[in-house]
Design a protein around this ligand. Structure first.
Ligand code: PGA
Length: 301
């Protein structure tokens, strides 16, 4: 059945069917499902589609010199020029931000940094203040990555302070949470993820939480080649969203984007990103080559 005015089913779309949650509709399945449900209407469809646009970010970690970063982003700009359905973000090392920023000007690629100071300008040797990133048109900052939690001993409280600093300076934090293998095996995944989520978002207003991007990254899946199954990941994502419901209510929780991270690659991206509560990916290893990163993005549409 043709529904006048309905968007084409070319992108991954979620619609609220009035059951308190959403059903995923992907290419080719939109119209029959749409026609079957009296409660679905074009306005809901368009609104929901905008509420949680997919976001795929490449976390280059401590890789790529400035010239290597320039070469990689030059390829990405060319390969991804037509992509509109996904927010594409690259997060190079600080030393490459300036040149990458100039190159992506006018493209559909956005810039992220891998950390942010919890303070402003001043006597904080080695720290990067928000204004330094803003001047380079950095839009996102990755905070609380498990590697920083592990090697720099970053606490939830520090992550929350950095997240507040990001919001106060118009930067969008990508806040990472995730359990270790030992924690998963001890059956305390939910406990760990809940306390990280609450702790790392503590003190943020509902509005700030709504625009924060969360990244669920099981530590045992990062850089190991082991990926959580789509069912395992979906279960934790739905749980994190429930935690946000209890913190700030359903309307806010419904709009928060939650990325999955941990050995995401072209071959597993589609299945992971088709899960109803997975709104994108934070990609490490596979984002270091344009082919791998482009494949993930194309497979997620
Ligand atoms: P990976 O890293 O894709 O190499 O597992 C993900 C991350 O640490 O963000």
């Amino acid at each position: 059945m043709f529904v006048p005015g309905a968007p084409t089913a070319s992108s991954r779309t979620r619609i609220d069917l009035g059951k308190g949650w959403m059903e995923e509709v992907s290419r080719g399945r939109l119209f029959p499902l749409y026609a079957n449900r009296a409660v679905a209407n074009v306005h809901v469809l368009l609104r929901m589609d905008k509420e949680r646009k997919l976001i795929v970010a490449g976390n280059w970690k401590s890789n790529k010199t400035n010239s290597e970063a320039v070469a990689l982003v030059t390829d990405l700009i060319r390969e991804l020029a037509a992509v509109k359905e996904v927010d594409v973000v690259v997060c190079p090392a600080f030393t490459a931000l300036s040149d990458v920023s100039k190159l992506i000007l006018g493209s559909n690629i956005r810039l992220g940094a891998q950390n942010l100071s919890d303070s402003g300008y001043g006597a904080f040797t080695g720290e990067i203040a928000p204004g330094m990133l803003r001047e380079l048109s950095v839009r996102y900052v990755i905070l609380g990555h498990s590697e920083r939690r592990q090697f720099q001993k970053e606490s939830d409280a520090l992550v929350a302070k950095k997240a507040a600093n990001a919001h106060a300076n118009n930067l969008i934090p990508i806040v990472c949470v995730g359990e270790t293998l030992a924690e998963r095996e001890a059956n305390i995944t939910e406990k760990v993820v809940e306390s990280q989520t609450r702790g790392s978002l503590a003190g943020l207003t509902a509005e700030q939480v709504e625009s924060t991007v969360l990244a669920y990254e099981p530590v045992w899946a990062i850089g190991t080649g082991k990926t959580a199954t789509s069912a395992q990941a979906q279960e934790v994502h739905a749980f994190i969203r429930k935690v946000i419901v209890s913190m700030h209510g359903e309307a806010i929780a419904r709009r928060v984007r939650i990325q999955y991270g941990g050995s995401v690659k072209g071959s597993n991206a589609r299945e992971l990103l088709q899960q109803p509560d997975i709104d994108g990916a934070l990609v490490g290893g596979a984002s270091l080559e344009s082919k791998g990163f482009v494949e993930i993005i194309k497979n997620s549409i």
